[in-house]
Design a binder for this molecule. Structure first.
Ligand SMILES: Cc1ncc(COP(=O)(O)O)c(C=O)c1O
Length: 485
């Protein structure tokens, strides 16, 4: 069946295929946008007039418009009607067949930042819910901290950071994460990336050649180590997690970077025998374990998995960050270091940019001391847990064969995909205005590909966009096309 209709003087040709009216209309509209026949910003006819043109029920057209808005093809605003979304129009005409779609320019990997032309839905992992930043409580803490601060707090101070914050962190980390922490062994840094840069520099200066990494992780992190002049051999990964037994075969390896409590991004906790083994390796070899405890506050289904550092504070360097529990924009993180390393890292920090403003550190110290941090983390844990449950339920309903893993903790989950389908799924997601990452984005270059999947960050979307994001996600999963029917 073919139909012609006109909108504001422009003749357009819509080919409606098949018998499912809404799905056929949606395919035809997507195709018209994809091919460039409907340009960005073009106003579509009202659902009433299009329904009359096509001989359909008005609701069918209205539903199709609403779904295309949710997918990011169209926009709808009171007073300006339904229009082709700015980002939906490709630069070059695509083929006239509706699938497979070509991707728009790739989303900004790993950042979660909005920018012109950014996708409509953001399920990239890495960013917490920024709308929930506890502004009022933070302001209170800031005011109290500034009121009470001694004059010397506004000077250069100790490169390790404000003693008030190091003292408050020592208490909190011992209580909440089982870390053996004394204030003089803590160095405040501007994010985990800053801490890792400092430790990389110190290890290299000590003559360390390599720092082992996990098979999957954030590319930024082994990049930082390599920039410090270190090699980054990757440990294999099996069904129980990272193969710590391989460390003893790595000559010249002076440290290993691990996300032991919640592997990033695959999600498991390192089993107890491997936790013990990695610490044994460090003791026997004189090496260090660099423990990236990036989201230890967010565990849902089990007792918290304590920090590895508790097993041997002289061999494990513990890293924590406020980037997940509060906001990455604060650039506040901390390291708990073995004795010798603490002095060397403080010296390295003192010889460069000290970062982390003293007033911010004082405010965070007050935030911790007053109990506001515990309250905020508890509230966010409930919120993220609810999101996680909704994600699991939506996937179970729309794509029952898709396995969801890594859900016991953190702000993201991993959705397994049939072998060889990750790239096509990512392209389909991009066309639905959905920014999401594949597990292979996190695979170290030397590691052979064995998994296909999506890493779905569920913390970031605002409440108003959450259902649309879930819908877009389910629409690209196997047998999960919500636009049909
Ligand atoms: C594995 C991992 N570690 C640490 C961090 C925190 O980094 P930062 O403290 O530099 O913001 C992140 C943030 O995305 C992460 O994914």
């Amino acid at each position: 069946m073919a139909n012609e209709w006109s909108t504001f003087g422009a003749d357009l040709h819509l080919e409606l295929r098949g018998t499912r009216l809404r799905a056929g209309l949606m395919d035809a509209l997507r195709e018209a946008v994809r091919s460039g026949r409907l340009e960005a910003g073009t106003r579509l006819p009202s659902s009433r007039s299009l329904a009359a043109d096509l001989g359909m029920a008005r609701n069918t057209v209205a539903d199709a418009y609403a779904e295309l808005v949710a997918e990011g093809w169209l926009t709808a605003r009171q007073g300006s009607g339904t229009r082709v979304a700015r980002r939906a129009a490709p630069r070059t005409p695509a083929l006239s067949t509706p699938s497979p779609p070509s991707p728009p320019s790739p989303p900004p990997a790993g950042t979660g930042r909005a920018r012109p032309g950014a996708p409509v839905h953001n399920l990239q992992s890495g960013t917490p819910d920024l709308a929930s930043f506890p502004r009022a409580e933070w302001l209170k803490a800031y005011r109290r901290a500034l009121t009470d601060a001694p004059h010397e707090a506004f000077g250069y101070g100790d490169p390790r950071g404000r003693p008030e914050l190091r003292t408050a962190l020592a208490e909190y980390l011992a209580r909440a994460r089982g870390v053996h922490a004394r204030p003089e062994r803590i160095v405040i840094c501007a994010g985990f990336v800053h801490g890792l840069t400092l430790i990389g520099e110190v290890l290299r200066a000590r003559g360390v050649r390599d720092v082992a990494v996990e098979s999957y992780g954030l590319w930024l992190h082994d990049g930082l180590l390599r920039r410090a002049g270190l090699g980054t051999p990757a440990l294999s990964f099996d069904e129980r997690g990272t193969r710590t037994d391989e460390l003893s075969g790595l000559d010249g390896c002076g440290a290993v970077l691990m996300t032991a409590a919640h592997q990033y991004p695959l999600g498991g906790a390192l089993p107890p025998d491997r936790r013990a083994a990695v610490v044994d390796w460090a003791r026997a070899s004189g090496g260090f374990v660099l423990e990236d405890d990036y989201d230890g506050e967010f565990r849902y289904d089990r007792q918290p998995v304590g920090a590895l550092q508790g097993l041997d504070p002289e061999r494990v360097v513990y890293f924590g960050t406020a980037s997940k529990s509060l906001a990455p924009g604060l650039r506040l993180a901390w390291m708990v270091l073995p004795q010798g390393l603490a002095e060397e890292v403080a010296a390295a920090k003192g010889a460069a940019d000290w970062s982390s403003s003293a007033p911010d550190q004082l405010a965070f110290a007050e935030f911790l001391r007053s109990g506001a941090y515990d309250r905020h983390v508890r509230a966010m844990r409930l919120r993220y847990r609810r999101r996680r449950d909704q994600l699991v339920a939506a996937v179970a309903e729309h794509s029952p064969e898709t396995r969801v893993s890594g859900i016991a903790a953190g702000l993201h989950a991993v959705l397994a995909l049939p072998p060889g389908t990750e790239q096509a799924t990512l392209r389909a997601a991009a066309w639905r205005g959905l920014a999401v990452q594949g597990v292979n984005r996190f695979r170290r270059p030397a590691v052979p590909p064995t998994l296909d999947g999506l890493v779905v960050g569920y913390a970031t979307p605002p409440d108003s966009g959450w259902q649309g994001a879930l819908q877009a996600l389910c629409g690209v999963l196997p047998q999960g096309d919500l636009t049909t029917g």
